[in-house]
Design a protein. Structure first.
Length: 170
């Protein structure tokens, strides 16, 4: 029975991960993100939240998922502190935005739920510097799409790119 359960779990995970939307970022892991860079990314994400009237929390982890920097806007729901960290860890460990898990689950791929630590909510994005994944940012507190928008701004600031124009309405 144990072998059967292992085989079923392997098939579920394999089929869940074979989705094009779940393609991992091919970049190798690099040196861990430093505190100053992590703070810069998180504060940019929080600034996007403030600009839109969203109370969010932002967490940045290194490539191994260890917390490097955390901050939240006053009034952010308490649970969002944990969720922001979980989104960041998920993005770092699986080398892909958490939105990919959300989209896979929405399309019926329930096998995603068997992946330990995979958070199927937008708002977690790997941080790539010099073609290497140095960590990830996670944002939580607003809607999934709004969290993703804030995280995207944090990534853009860290990478020195202009942030995409907001696509999410208040």
């Amino acid at each position: 029975m144990r072998i059967f359960k292992t085989l079923v779990a392997t098939v579920i995970v394999s089929s869940a991960l074979s989705l094009p939307a779940l393609a991992q970022i091919p970049n190798p892991y690099g040196a861990p993100i430093g505190v100053e860079a992590a703070k810069k990314a998180a504060q940019a994400a929080l600034a996007e939240g403030r600009k839109n009237g969203w109370t969010v929390a932002a967490a940045v982890v290194d490539a191994g998922g260890a917390l490097v920097y955390f901050e939240r806007i006053d009034g952010t729901q308490n649970g969002s502190s944990e969720v922001a960290q979980a989104k960041a860890r998920s993005a770092a460990l699986y080398k892909r935005p958490t939105k990919a898990f959300e989209e896979a689950l929405a399309s019926g791929k329930q096998g995603i739920l068997s992946l330990q630590g995979a958070v199927p909510l937008d708002g977690g994005i790997p941080l790539v510097v010099g073609d290497k994944i140095v960590g990830a940012i996670g944002v939580s507190g607003a809607t999934s799409a709004q969290d993703g928008q804030c995280a995207t701004v944090g990534v853009a600031v860290l990478e020195g790119k202009p942030a995409a124009k907001p696509v999410v309405k208040k």
